[in-house]
Design a protein around this ligand. Structure first.
Ligand SMILES: [Mg+2]
Length: 258
């Protein structure tokens, strides 16, 4: 059977730079919905995304971690700052879980607060919310071009599908498939898709996610591309295993060559 060709993309860090949106939505969630006994710094003065939030971005997998990190940056007592950053990142996942248990928070609740903060902004000032996302124009053009060439396009986001769709339609991008965090983990999604499509590549800026793809028997044959323009750690580009290639934004069209 001849399967249709499909190219898969991660969303944040690959199609759009959503760091501003993550910061402002997480800050709003901290102010409006998160229950905490910690006192915050003067939140009003954070008009710009703080440098530390950008530096931590490559470690983040799920939206709820953004709220946790924002809370840690904004609290007055023992904040996450340049002094404490390295030790926090050394055991990033454990530290996030440790903080959840210290505050008696659940990751699903934090994710709900983030989604509520987004829904609130969409309702009150949709234009402003959308403007917080900066598209990578080369990627947007490439997706349009690939569609013209009869490739199917799939987007696998760790945001909720509804928010991902809103941003995509504002960019006038209409992919064939959109998956949000509700659809489960990326390995399972791609494994299922590989049953019915000829997957030509998966472009993602989180190296660990790509490693999971090539370490899984169902998906190990997928060509994985690490997006050089995304949120990468300094070490991410080094010693890539077979099966993961570093992709520069100017070389996107190489994906259509084979
Ligand atoms: Mg990403």
């Amino acid at each position: 059977m001849h399967h249709q060709k499909l190219i898969l993309f991660d969303f944040d860090g690959v199609i759009v730079n959503g760091i501003n949106e993550y910061w402002f939505s997480s800050k709003l969630a901290c102010e409006k919905y998160l229950k905490t006994s910690c006192k915050y710094l003067n939140i009003e003065k954070y008009i710009q995304v703080p440098k530390i939030f950008i530096e931590i971005r490559p470690w983040v997998k799920y939206g709820w971690e953004m709220i946790l990190i924002t809370h840690e940056i904004l609290k007055i007592h023992k904040p996450l700052n340049d002094v404490t950053k390295n030790s926090f990142l050394e055991n990033y996942e454990e530290n996030c879980l440790q903080l959840l248990s210290e505050y008696s928070w659940k990751s699903v609740e934090l994710q709900q607060y983030l989604d509520k903060a987004r829904a609130y902004q969409i309702k009150n000032d949709f234009k402003k919310w959308i403007s917080l996302h900066q598209p990578f124009n080369e990627v947007v053009s490439f997706i349009r071009y690939a569609k013209e060439k009869n490739y199917k396009i799939g987007i696998i986001s760790t945001k909720s599908k509804i928010f991902t769709s809103k941003i995509l339609s504002k960019l006038e991008l209409f992919p064939d498939l959109i998956f949000g965090y509700e659809s489960g983990n990326k390995v399972d999604i791609i494994s299922n898709l590989s049953q019915s499509y000829n997957i030509r590549g998966f472009i993602e800026d989180r190296r660990k996610t790509l490693s999971n793809i090539i370490d899984n028997n169902q998906t190990k044959f997928i060509n994985c591309y690490l997006a050089e323009w995304g949120y990468l750690k300094n070490t991410d580009k080094k010693n890539l295993p077979n099966g993961i290639k570093l992709l520069k934004i100017k070389n996107l069209e190489d994906l259509l060559a084979n």
